[in-house]
Design a protein around this ligand. Sequence first.
Ligand SMILES: [Zn+2]
Length: 230
Amino acid sequence: MATRKKIVKTCPSCGAFFNAEAYEVINATLDTALRDEVIWGRIFDFTCPSCTHHFRSPYSMAYKEMEKEYIIFLELDEDARDEDERISKSRITGDQIAETRELFPTYRIRVVHDMMDLIEKIHIFSAGLNDKIVTYLGYKIKDDVTVKMKNAKPPIRVYKALFDSLKGKAGELNFGLLSSSPKPIFVTTPTRDYEYLLKKSPLRQQFDEAEGLYQIDEGWAAGIDKVLIA
Ligand SMILES: [Zn+2]
């Protein structure tokens, strides 16, 4: 089940404006086929009615799973035309967060600003993992690989390490790196690292659910690291 909205898109090929159907809120528990459409990014695909050009263009929306009790707001600046619209957009997200907290007090609430981050969160929550720990691990992997790749020729820049899946038997967490390398780079980290952060690390309280903290990303992970050093 999903609620829809009408949005205006601009064709990147011919420049035509056109009205398109988009999703406002997706409830993936009631519609698992739609979940796959989100995972593959296909809900953000459009076809220009003037020149039939196909293109991907993410827009702001919300993704919810009742069974796993979470909601993720994808909030994008790109579809705001000016500063006023950008402010009104974050106010809408604020209102939706307040409403969610009232109706579903046990839900984890997250706000992301990128399609890849939305997809990563869905993978993390589907695997039943704590997204704070996984985000922190991804941040450390990025750091680690960045140092190692500095001397590669040509040097490889790592933009982000995104959680991909769990390797059940091997007890590993898989990450895919977004980087300047033409070949995809995958990194695995043992599940015991995750367990350590969850149970024993001096940081472990940072990974508890905290009220009002909805943006769990690289910036947040860097802040955690500072706490440890201090
Ligand atoms: Zn077109």
